[in-house]
Design a protein around this ligand. Structure first.
Ligand code: N0T
Length: 522
């Protein structure tokens, strides 16, 4: 179906990620699916807390809700498992007609083991923490301890085994083992166990991936050795958790990144060292073959920062998935930038009415007003989500967000057509310098459906599709501009746009509208 509708059939194929020609799709029910996500706050993973989740979900109308499952809540006592929350969540998600992405908060949740059970996080001898170069013990578990890996992996396998049983409908479409792994406050673990590994040889698989000759970490990587070493070991650890989980039930799995600044990264340890930051993506690719993708958590509202991060995580070997982003209004428009980078999904963070706010990352207050701009995104795109996901797999999606001070953006569609987006102009006519919107809230999307046929949408923007050849541009007209929607994958016509509605470009306000446009020359 076109929406995230959960079909109650155990014949549904297991979701998976496919890649072809350096482009990617998340297949759900057998065809490309676009995640219109909403991530709940960190402590909303309890049955009672879900009461504050659904009212916000009903306003935003995502097709996928992202919810933590904590190690401490499924294995409070070692070896005894309790999946009652998971079962409540599955039931309520189905009632609300949304899919789920589960977040495994375990060895690393933002660097620390706070979501690990007491029998883990209070036993430093059995589950050792990272030791700094000057001998301090940090609240970040070492990736070098086999006992920790073993315990986390067992619990994760139990969770995946339960899901396989409890979810023949494929309500859960992806799983995120760990959350923003890495270590704050030290570049790596300097314990004797870690030091012995650091003094050894760089693993063959990594040398091969990076085209390096054999040697110790220091010999191979010089000043980057400590960070690369930590990244390799965290990635290997999570890969082994993911591998075992997939052996039980092979859902797509990804790891999210606490980013470093794209232009002024600072030092590892100031940012989460050893996490999948942009400088170690190749290391993660080599170390974690069972992990489908590495996803940025973007809390940088500035245009160049945001779009540079999208560009760095959208790769031939890495599907772009924005696992978290701020829920302040200024972030909403970047959904369209992500689509333009062929993202398989995007999700604002902190979507519930628990009355918690992670300001200054996100909005001060999460209420209907805050969610409006995000809800508009999904209202525009939802009916076409399957069409967009398929086109994205073929590289045919162009999307932009407004950049302050740049009231006109031109994006190449193909060799014959450009997309030109103008911000801040009235719907009727206009001459002179476009001013841009008072706040940068504009966004636009063009999906190529055929050589001269396009799906066009947006908000607070004027869109033109112009022939790149001036002779052709001089004689171009619309064959038609049809407003409509998709219902169960079929285009349903509402009305034709002509006259004022097309003479000066295709003008979008805050009304969700989808246009099917065919260009021609006379
Ligand atoms: C995120 C969220 C949650 C440029 C913050 C972001 C979520 C975790 N962490 O609300 O804790 O579970 O993944 C860390 C951002 C650090 C500051 C970046 C400033």
């Amino acid at each position: 179906s076109a929406s995230g509708r959960v079909r109650a059939t155990d014949a549904s194929p297991i979701p998976r990620i496919v890649s072809e020609n350096g482009r990617h799709a998340l297949l759900v029910d057998g065809s490309p699916f676009l995640v219109l996500g909403a991530q709940v706050n960190n402590s909303s993973n309890w049955p009672q807390a879900l009461d504050d989740v659904w009212p916000a979900i009903d306003v935003l109308k995502p097709n996928t809700v992202m919810v933590p499952v904590a190690w401490e809540q499924i294995e409070a006592k070692e070896g005894e498992f309790d999946f009652s929350f998971v079962d409540v969540l599955l039931g309520q998600a189905r009632e609300h007609d949304v899919r789920l992405i589960l977040l495994w908060f375990a060895t690393w949740k933002n660097n620390g083991p706070n979501y690990a059970p007491a029998w883990v996080k209070l036993d430093n001898a059995r589950f050792p923490r990272v030791i700094t170069s000057d001998g301090r013990t940090l609240n970040s578990l070492s990736p070098h301890a086999p006992a920790t890996l073993d315990a986390d992996r067992k619990a994760f396998v139990a969770l995946m085994t339960h899901l396989k049983e409890a979810d023949p409908q494929r309500t859960v479409i992806m799983v995120q083992p760990q959350n923003e792994p890495g270590t704050y406050g030290s570049v790596r673990d300097f314990s004797p166990l870690a030091q012995a590994a650091f003094d050894g040889q760089v693993p063959e698989a990594l040398l091969k991936k990076l085209g390096k000759s054999p040697g110790t970490w220091r010999e191979a990587f010089g000043p980057d050795a400590d960070e690369f070493f930590h990244a390799w070991h965290i990635a290997r650890y999570i890969d082994q958790v993911a591998e075992a989980g997939k052996a039980a039930y092979p859902l797509p799995m990804y790891i999210n990144a606490a980013l470093r600044g794209p232009f002024n990264p600072g030092q590892p340890g100031q940012y989460a060292s050893g996490g999948p930051t942009d400088n170690v993506l190749d290391i993660y690719e080599a170390a974690a073959p069972h992990v489908d993708l590495f996803a940025p958590d973007i809390y940088m509202p500035e245009y160049m920062h945001y779009t540079t991060v999208l560009d760095r995580y959208s790769r031939g070997d890495n599907p772009l998935f924005v696992a978290e982003t701020g829920n302040r209004e200024e972030y909403a428009r970047y959904f369209f930038s992500a689509l333009g980078e062929q993202a398989i999904g995007w999700s604002p963070f902190g979507i519930d009415y628990s009355r918690y706010s992670n300001w200054p990352l996100g909005a001060k207050h999460v209420d209907e007003d805050t969610l409006e701009s995000f809800a508009l995104n999904y209202a525009i795109v939802r009916p076409a989500a399957r069409v967009i996901a398929q086109a994205s797999f073929e590289g045919r999606v162009r999307g932009v967000a407004e950049q302050p001070g740049q009231p006109v953006q031109t994006v190449k569609i193909d060799d014959r057509w450009n997309m030109v987006v103008t911000y801040g102009v009235p719907q009727f006519w206009f001459q002179g310098e476009p001013p841009g919107n008072p706040e940068p809230i504009g966004r636009a999307l063009v999906v190529q459906l055929g050589p001269d046929e396009f799906l066009v949408a947006g908000a607070h923007a004027r869109v033109n599709i112009n022939a790149s050849d001036p002779a052709m541009a001089a004689r171009q007209i619309y064959e038609y501009v049809d407003e409509g929607t998709y219902i169960d994958g079929e285009w349903v016509f509402r009305r034709r746009w002509n006259g004022d509605q097309t003479d000066y470009g295709l003008n979008f306000s805050s009304v969700p509208q989808l246009l099917r446009v065919k260009l021609a020359t006379y």
